[in-house]
Design a protein around this ligand. Sequence first.
Ligand code: ASP
Ligand code: MG
Length: 869
Amino acid sequence: MPRRGREVARIAVKLIAKKTADGDPSGRYYWPLCATLSTVVKMSGTKWKIHKFGGSSLADAGCFERVGKIVLSTPHERIGVVVSAMGGMTNALLELAVIAEQGDDATTALNVIGQRYADTAKSLLSGDALVRLLDLWKEDSLDIGNILDTVARAHSAPQRSRDIMAGYGELWAARLLAAYLDAHAGNGRAGSWIDTRRVITVRHSDLGPAVNWDRSRAALQRVLDEDISDIAVITGFIAVDEQGMQTTLGRNGSDYSAAIFAALIEADALDIWTDVDGVMSADPRQVPDAEIIHSLSYNEAMELAYFGARVIHPQAMGPAIDNGIAVVIRNSFHPGHAGSRISAVTEPNGQVKGITAISGMALVNIEGSGMIGVPGTADRLFAALKDAGVSVTLISHASSEHSICIAVPGELGSRAKRVISDAFADELAGGQIQSVDVTDRQSIVAVVGDGMAGHPGIAARFFANLGHAGINVRAIAQGSSERNISAVIDSNDVTRALRVVHSGFYLSDKTISVGIIGTGVIGGTLLDQMHNERERLQRKFKLDLRVRAIARSSHMLLGERRIELDDWRSVLENGGKSTDLKAFERHVHADHLPHAVIIDCTADEEIAGKYADWLARGIHVITPNKKAFSGSQEYYKKICKDAAEGGSHYLYETTVGAALPILRTIRDLVDTGDRIHSIRGILSGTLAYLFNVYDGSKPFSEIVVDARQNGFAEPDPRDDLSGMDVARKLTILARELGLELEIGDFPVQSLVPEALREVGVDEFLQRLPAYDAQVQALYQEARAAGLKLRYVATLDDQGHAAVGLEKVPQTDSFSNMQLTDNLVQFRTDRYAQNPLVIQGPGAGPEVTAGGVFGDLLKLVSFLGDGPLI
Ligand code: ASP
Ligand code: MG
């Protein structure tokens, strides 16, 4: 109903009521109308939206403006805005009492408070509104001064004085926000503020303040009968007790105020605004990958709140639950975010909602054969603990009844031991109970979620994750609500436990922490390719490849969640830290992510020397770097052994023929029982190019220079011409066949003239033409015989290997090749008549990086929940 209509109805009701009260007979005549109008008034105003802003959302003038924007853009017609004191204000007010109790003068401290308030008000208000507000503050400050005087004289602040002092923060915040909203809403839409000392009556009990609903409801009705504006600000935290004296709802009680108010006014929604985006799946300070939980049930929220996810005060849940009011936790600094919705809805999908921990516990274990089958043992135990004021957090009692294990707050551990030992003194003396032990520095880690009920496998996953991380579980508890599974572990393990368990439940098993070393052409191209495919892989395969570390020789970048790959080049260029491979490795191998891989895109021998260590620690390795796999036989074996121990994988398809599936083919043949008799191949793109192009018309040395300029040869072409690169590849192939072969075991023909082996590159290129005639002669000789010159690697299953120039017939496939193509022939039992041939470009950044990327996807298919493709 439009505001004007409601206003008219409300005024009419008041007039009629007055007439009746005045004894005007026409009043009676209008009564039926009055009843209808009352309903109209009530109905039209029924659905309120309640916002609650905590102290952090009201810390300064900027915060008030932000809050104003949120409130004024709320589509609801009637809005209640419950406020806490400005951040830190309650503490500051209570501190005044402490100062006065010591007999000191608190005036200066009070002035600091006043100054802060006045400064904030001055940036938000002007004119009469500001003057009014500051006058009211002046009055309050005089009252506070009087209270402080009394406190100072008595050297003690009674609870009641403390309550009165503490409550001013909410009064000030409410007045200020109401005035600010009034100035900005226009049309008298805002401006009212409701002092909850006039509305909420509570009774204090052991379990905290309990609302007297009847009294509070009636009081609210009286307040609403006054002319309250559509947007009304409401004080949080303060209330009265049943004697009508001011009290509070306890520290951080404004959430509770908001829920009570929402229940009284029958609001349909309560938004609690704070400074985080919502309830998180774990404490983000411990678990960097924690996520906002979009929706959770009241019970889940309470479980999590108990365990320290202090986004909402658990007390506030009561009135919300009883009245089915959905509570939404939102961030006033980020109002676009939908936040976490807490409601009666439970999702029976087997999901764990949050993972939490309480630290600083002690575990008390009572053990003894005398307890078996004896009724009343537990009763005596808990009675003793109750009498000693020890509250028990967790109980675990195995069906053997041989022991009872309880977790209590750490500081109560020894008291618990004492009272239990006293209670069972006779049994301890008589040997029916053998021991009462206390273990300190324990923590409880718990997974929470309604949806766990009736879903097998959750506990298995929980404990499997702890087990994989080598974390010992000392006690376990799960209630039959199945909403919480708790494990007691050593406090030293708690962060790691939270991380591994969180990743086990929250992350796809295909979440991989990736570190890349080497940002030259291959590494750089790989990063670009990964950047381009990231979104698609995530969508299609839930594959989350997180490049979290990039290193080159001088600098490295580490990203907590991931490094954004759109501008890694400039970020690395302009910053980063100096490279420290130990720190790099630690960062990549993060506890909170299920898998880690290091991709070595260098040709560095020293880095290759680290693979075994990485693999032993469970870090997977992918690389186009030949050094490790063609190095000493001993290191090669160590790699294989350490990887097996670490349960990790190493993939290096691109060390031979770039992305051509050469190693994969060998493995498939061997694993399916074929026997490879021989391998013959052109394994160097550079040498292939030189001999494909050379036809005697242009000197060989010029072709070498051309190849170098076109990027077909290394900056020092001798790396290729020496044949060492081919020899390394052949060694890798031999080892795939199970042969123990090392460089030096077989002949390698170097095409670098003896005299030019030790000179500088420039001199080498300068003097190379002197040898053109030799190549020319070889070429002519072959040509005369109808043959072509090719640089070939051969290997047989007896371990005979050789690398060097061969003259091959024109009809041979080796004779008819393109540019930098590689070609490998396999003769096997199955491919006996005609060899199996793999041919294609065996070098170049695009294909090599693509091959490395392919290895990464292959790695994923080895991990976790099944094949990727
Ligand atoms: N201002 C009160 C306190 O700091 C109540 C609240 O913020 O919820 O405890
Ligand atoms: Mg290959």
